[in-house]
Design a protein around this ligand. Structure first.
Ligand code: MTE
Length: 322
């Protein structure tokens, strides 16, 4: 089980890995890139350690304290987390988001809250995210493409955010939308998906303590390619549920439409729980390649978070509700 949670204020400065370690790693990666080595495809196994000092500090919080030693599992290193991305608003290649999101200015930012809530409105980022609520959490992240990472996130529990909106009794689902602005997100000039990118959760999934609205990684602000300034993380579901750069949250009575289900209903369901026994029609989900490792490892049901979430699906056939 890997759920490491800390309030950012718990961090002791002695636990923060020196920036020199990161710089050493960056030099290693530069050499790897020059040599044409594909680290992101997991074809080599880079050393792993906590790294900070490359992004923008989040006001009021310390850099992430997690290390391989304290976790018992290696963190995926920062360069891989920030250059091997899926964010179709900036292109469909894994390197496109880090190449084309460099000019994207995530702030100022606001999020429209509407639907079945007592307190609808347009909330500024600063209204939504107060520094004292921020938590530092390490989660496994499993992409439907059968690769995975281990990432230290900073964020606010989604349940805390939703409670502030005053959910009405008949709110049964939460729908999310990404910014739709082809000027700022050039990948939206192509119709590769039906924009805006949409995702949804059942209300009890959204209120589960694992669901996080992330605003940072490695104790620092989210880089644009990772979904700045605010994105969802649901670690027991495939990565595509983790919608980025959210501008709208709507509480609904009916199950909302979701982008990948609209694009390929036979391939991507609404639930999208990590399930090694339910193959994608075009590939198996039984194993995954942890980015930075050479050999594949078995995929765990609910990505290893079954103790926390399996009860949400009691009585449901998860091969039917995939
Ligand atoms: N959110 C938006 N708006 N657009 C996207 O293309 N891709 C999803 C998800 N969220 C995507 C998105 C997919 S397929 C994955 S695997 C994760 O983001 C990748 O997150 P990462 O780039 O931080 O690893």
């Amino acid at each position: 089980m890997l759920i490491k949670i800390a309030k950012a204020s718990d961090v002791k400065s002695s636990e923060i890995t020196p920036k020199s370690l990161f710089d050493g790693r960056r030099n290693f990666l530069k050499t790897a890139a020059i040599a044409g080595v594909g680290f992101a495809a997991g074809s080599i196994a880079p050393p792993s350690f906590a790294m900070t000092g490359h992004g923008k500090q989040i006001d009021g919080i310390q850099p992430s304290k997690w290390t391989q030693e304290s976790l018992g599992e290696a963190l995926t290193d920062y360069p891989a987390v920030t250059t091997y991305n899926n964010f179709y608003e900036f292109g469909t290649g894994k390197q496109d988001p880090s190449s084309y999101a460099t000019d994207f200015k995530p702030k100022p930012w606001s999020v429209v809250i509407d639907g079945e809530v007592d307190n609808p409105g347009t909330y500024s980022y600063e209204d939504l995210v107060s520094p004292h609520q921020l938590e530092d959490r390490v989660y496994r992240f499993r992409c439907v493409e059968a690769w995975s990472m281990v990432i230290p996130w900073v964020g606010v529990p989604l349940a805390d955010m939703i409670k502030r909106f005053g959910p009405k009794n008949d709110a049964r689902y939460v729908a999310f939308e990404t910014l739709n602005d082809p000027e700022r997100m050039p990948g939206q000039r192509s119709r590769v998906l039906d924009w805006p990118y949409r995702e949804g959760l059942r209300m009890d999934e959204a209120m589960n303590p694992l669901s996080l609205m992330a605003v940072g990684i490695y104790g620092e602000e989210l880089p644009s390619q990772n979904g700045a300034p605010i994105r969802l993380v649901t670690p027991w579901k495939y990565g595509f549920k983790s919608i980025k750069s959210i501008v709208r949250i709507t509480l609904t009575k009916e199950q909302p439409a979701t982008s990948w289900n609209m694009a390929g209903p036979g391939e991507y369901g609404f639930y999208s729980n990590v399930n090694p026994s339910k193959s994608h029609p075009r590939w198996s989900q039984a194993k995954e390649r942890r980015i930075g490792e050479f050999l594949k490892r078995p995929t765990l049901p609910f990505n290893g978070y079954g103790e926390e979430v399996a009860a949400l699906y009691d009585g449901m056939d998860l091969n039917e509700f995939y």
